[in-house]
Design a protein around this ligand. Structure first.
Ligand code: AR6
Length: 165
């Protein structure tokens, strides 16, 4: 298990995880970047999925991405829930994505910091939920990666989880 800094669309894994919205029809942030890099076939497949509830996950092919599959999960909008509810919904995103990866026989998976952009989840707490949930399942995979985009998030990870950085 490792924490790195960079752009998830450049990674070559069995699956990368997308921080989507419940329509699964694209958006800004990491979702926009993944759709741009994958190409229009990704949106076409997403249209067949009829959305996704907060905390749940659905899988598609990766199309033009270096990774074979995309697991789309929908994080909580932080201020729409109590902090405890947001935390359990966020943990469910990681849990359900890892479960889906396992069911599909996937061995390497990378996550962005779900909900910690537009959806407003405090970054340091979001890292904690990600790491603690990923740690529980790390033995089911050859490699699990948390990829952080910004210097600030990566700085938090280096302070709180130097063993993975
Ligand atoms: N690679 C890795 N991480 C990235 C990248 C990238 N290329 N681009 C951004 N991030 P956000 P959310 C980081 O806002 O909060 C979309 O419009 C970013 O710095 O992408 O779950 C969806 O359609 C942040 O730390 O996702 C939804 O409507 C993290 O990814 C909504 O945003 C998540 O930020 C979802 O909001």
């Amino acid at each position: 298990m490792k924490i790195i800094q960079g752009d998830i669309t450049r990674l070559s894994c069995d699956a990368i995880v997308n921080a989507a919205n419940s329509s699964l029809l694209g958006g800004g942030g990491v979702d926009g970047a993944i759709h741009r890099a994958a190409g229009p076939e990704l949106l076409a497949e997403c249209r067949t999925l009829h959305g996704c509830k907060t905390g749940e996950a659905k899988i598609t092919k990766g199309y033009n991405l270096p990774s074979r599959f995309v697991i789309h999960t929908v994080g909580p909008v932080y201020y729409e829930h109590s902090p405890a509810e947001s935390e359990s919904l966020l943990a469910a995103c990681y849990e359900n994505s890892l479960k889906l990866a396992k069911e599909n026989g996937l061995k390497t998976i990378a996550f962005p910091l779900i909900s910690a952009g537009v959806y407003g989840y405090p970054q340091r707490e979001a890292i904690k939920v990600a790491v603690e949930t990923m740690k529980k399942h790390k033995n089911d995979f050859d490699e699990t990666t948390l990829i952080l985009f910004g210097d600030r998030e990566y700085g938090f990870a280096k302070e709180d989880y130097p063993e993975f950085c």
